[in-house]
Ligand binder design. Structure first.
Ligand code: BGC
Length: 750
């Protein structure tokens, strides 16, 4: 009886507590809950929300398959010097940590949340991950093509689906925040991260970014994650192509190239933004108040929260040398507009003191913390933060079908001499397959865990199931192609009817082998890495057709392939179904449809190369090699021919009204085709120099064999605008040429 009474009193007490603590009441508006919780927090708890750490397993060098059971006994204090697992646990309990990244698996996610639930205010943790092409860093999650391949599809609906599947797989496993989309505009192929981008066109990048934000954020509550637009801003044309290198950027370039994609995702409601590593015009982005306040919040209208990039706050001191101590660095960053520090000790500790001393205004803390809490409430974390490991269901049939579709649509056919592809009469053919990317997980791209072998269909797997008598030779990796590999290639190519060389890059983090692309793996030279061109030459010398397949996240100056190969497929980093998608194309079950979202220069020395250059860019020529592009933005063939005709556009441009562009498209082949229509605009004469042409719209159309479809596309008025000499965005009077395929027509603002 006494026991029952006590339980009754506890229950009443809890009910009273729930009632008295507004922030725990899900029926109240988010803003009321945020204000209530904020009013209860100590300064330490507030700064704790701005503090992120890496997960415990990562700290201890454990893998995701290591159990959490005895994590407290792993107490190496090396990753965070002097700090072990138990110290971090104490910090979570005290409310001094609000977020984690690099958490390894659902058990660890739950483990951390259970500790946070023991803290005074029970504020759930935000668990973040670089889930940039699926929840790919999670073992057993669906791995989609990397963003450059997604951009090649020009299919925003597909990309939105990829993002929403990613969000779903993240939430099922206890993660809530993806460091994606990367809306950097690709401008330098030496930069190893190009595969993380949606290419070189600011409009395309913005549209793809928007699609991802929608897919991540606009699902059912329990299947949504926070998106993070990165990296703010202009880090993707670093000096010398080296990640982190400074950028000096004009106001015009900011307005025309670097900011528009951010504007697009902010209009779509992106919840968070990540600052960029580098210094822009002499001020590191992490301490750049003009960027983080004036441009981002005031001009672009962003109202979420800003996270620093990995260790970049402390680098204000250690690398950029604009702060004489970590304490100064923290203050500069927070006062400039950084809301969460990725990651580690030293931030919380010095920040609390500096707020108390009045060096950081409490208002700044309030803005940061309320925004973080607001998003935790919106995600429903206060109601349900633990996930059920036994119901986790990754790689659903739908997810796999979308991953395959994306891989098929992303691959770009760049050459097909004498219609060597698709292969017919398979049974009679002797096929030889080799190359450093023929049979490994390079197809997954950067930002992916090593996945189980039976999850990933390599090119070898797919070809072998197509033709069991296939001749395969395992040559060395990118930096270890030997004389024997080259001789063997020549010999076996001569004994076959056709050779497939699978070349390109190795972006894989999870192997000990040399990485040739990916984050912090930049190249001074964009030719194929190592001796891969010698493989092409050797196979060609054998006198039989050679098909070159490139698995890579970035343009390579594939001059040798262009000259000698009969066919080239640029497959990007196609994800777990890469092998199957490629086989579908090679063996004629899918008509290739990808188009390049980035221009390929002829050589490293001709960088940067992009199609939307100003008129004088190629007025003069180099004296030592031909000038120009190897392949331009938008290149990409089908097995069939699509013919455009009858372009008609509105003759007159009227204020704020879209322009109608009408034409017909005909598929004159015997395979269905998924055509990407690209519509460009060129300002004939203007008060400032403008690009020779700019992508104004893109549109997908499915055409059956011999089918003609009429198409109408509306180009928004803004697509005709420019930034004038006073840096005002205006549409000037005069004529504009609209370009669709080989057709041109003129519209005019009178
Ligand atoms: C990258 C970010 C990434 C972060 C966390 C950094 O090195 O620049 O894009 O989100 O690491 O993994």
């Amino acid at each position: 009886m006494v026991r029952k009474t006590i339980i009754f009193i506890i229950l009443i007490g809890n009910a009273f507590l729930a009632f008295s603590q507004d922030y725990l009441n899900p029926r109240l508006p988010v803003e009321v809950r945020v204000n209530d919780l904020y009013s209860r927090m100590t300064l330490e708890e507030k700064v704790g929300q701005m503090t992120q750490y890496v997960g415990l397993k990562y700290m201890q060098g454990l893998t995701s398959s290591d159990q959490m059971d005895d994590i407290e006994n792993h107490d190496k204090k090396e990753f965070y010097p002097g700090l072990g697992v138990n110290d971090v646990i104490v910090k979570i309990k005290k409310g001094e940590i609000g977020s984690f990244l690099l958490v390894k698996g659902v058990d660890e996610a739950n483990y951390l949340q259970n500790i946070a639930l023991q803290s005074r205010l029970k504020i759930p943790l935000l668990i973040a991950e670089d889930a940039i092409h699926g929840h790919a860093r999670y073992e057993g999650a669906t791995v989609f093509p990397t963003p450059i391949g997604m951009a090649s599809t020009f299919d925003t609906l597909l990309v939105k689906k990829i993002a929403s599947i990613t969000a779903n797989e993240m939430r099922q496993t206890g993660y809530h925040w993806t460091f994606s989309p990367n809306v950097d505009v690709a401008r330098d192929a030496r930069w190893g991260r190009l595969g993380e981008t949606f290419g070189e066109d600011p409009f395309l990048v913005g549209e793809m970014g928007r699609a991802m934000v929608k897919g991540y954020q606009n699902n059912e509550l329990e299947a949504s994650v926070l998106a993070c637009g990165k990296h703010f801003v202009a880090g993707s044309q670093p000096l010398r192509g080296l990640n982190f290198s400074p950028m000096d950027v004009s106001e015009r370039a900011l307005n025309e190239i670097w900011l528009p994609p951010f504007k697009s995702i902010i209009n779509e409601g992106v919840a968070t933004i990540m600052a960029a590593h580098h210094d822009l015009n002499g001020v590191p982005c992490h301490a750049n108040e003009y960027l983080l306040k004036t441009r981002l919040r005031e001009k672009l209208g962003f109202n979420g929260f800003v996270v620093s990039d990995w260790m970049d706050v402390i680098r204000l001191h250690s690398l950029h040398k604009i702060a004489s101590s970590q304490e100064d660095a923290n203050r500069l960053a927070v006062n400039a507009g950084i809301d969460i520090n990725m990651h580690g000790p030293g931030f919380f500790e010095t920040l609390v003191a500096q707020v108390e001393e009045g060096k950081i205004p409490e208002k700044r803390i309030e803005q940061a913390v309320k925004s973080i809490l607001r998003h935790k409430f919106r995600l429903g974390l206060f109601e349900q933060v633990l996930v059920n490991p036994s119901t986790v269901n990754l790689r659903s049939d739908t997810a796999k079908a979308i991953a395959l579709e994306a891989a098929q649509k992303s691959m770009v056919l760049l050459k097909n001499k004498n219609k060597v592809l698709p292969l017919e009469n398979l049974k009679q053919m002797r096929i030889f397959l080799t190359g450093p990317n023929a049979n490994n997980q390079t197809v997954l791209g950067d930002w992916s865990a090593r996945q189980k072998d039976d999850q990933v269909i390599t090119i070898f797997d797919a070809f072998k199931s197509e033709q069991p008598t296939l001749d395969y030779y395992a040559c060395g990796d990118h930096s270890n192609i030997s004389d024997k590999d080259i001789e063997e290639t020549r010999l076996r190519a001569s004994e076959s009817d056709i050779t497939f060389l699978v070349l390109g890059d190795n972006p894989t983090r999870s192997t000990a082998v040399v990485r040739t692309s990916g984050e912090n793996s930049d190249g001074a030279n964009i030719d194929l890495f190592g001796r891969q061109d010698e493989l092409i030459q050797a196979a060609y010398d054998a006198g039989k057709p050679v098909v070159v397949i490139i698995i890579s996240g970035k343009p390579r100056a594939i001059k040798k392939a262009k000259e000698l190969a009969s066919a080239i497929i640029y497959a990007w980093e196609p994800g777990e179904f890469g092998g199957q998608a490629l086989a579908d194309i090679v063996f004629g079950r899918y008509n290739p449809s990808g188009k390049l979202p980035v221009t390929f220069p002829l050589s490293s020395g001709q960088l940067p190369a992009f199609y939307n250059h100003r008129p004088a860019a190629y007025f003069r020529e180099y004296n030592d090699e031909p000038t120009g592009f190897l392949y331009e933005f938008g290149s990409g063939m089908h097995y069939t021919t699509v013919t455009y005709s009858n372009l008609v556009v509105d003759r007159e441009l009227t204020n704020e009204q879209p322009v109608s562009v009408k034409f017909n498209v005909l598929n004159s082949g015997n395979l269905p085709v998924n055509e990407t229509i690209l519509v460009y605009v060129s300002d004939d004469y203007a008060s400032v120099t403008t690009p020779v042409k700019s992508l104004a719209a893109f549109y997908k159309v499915e055409l059956l064999p011999n089918e003609t479809k009429p198409v109408e596309i509306k180009i928004p008025y803004k697509a005709f605008s420019l930034w004038n000499q006073n840096m005002e965005r205006v549409v000037e009077k005069g004529s504009f040429t609209i370009l669709v395929d080989d057709m041109r027509a003129v519209t005019e603002l009178k």
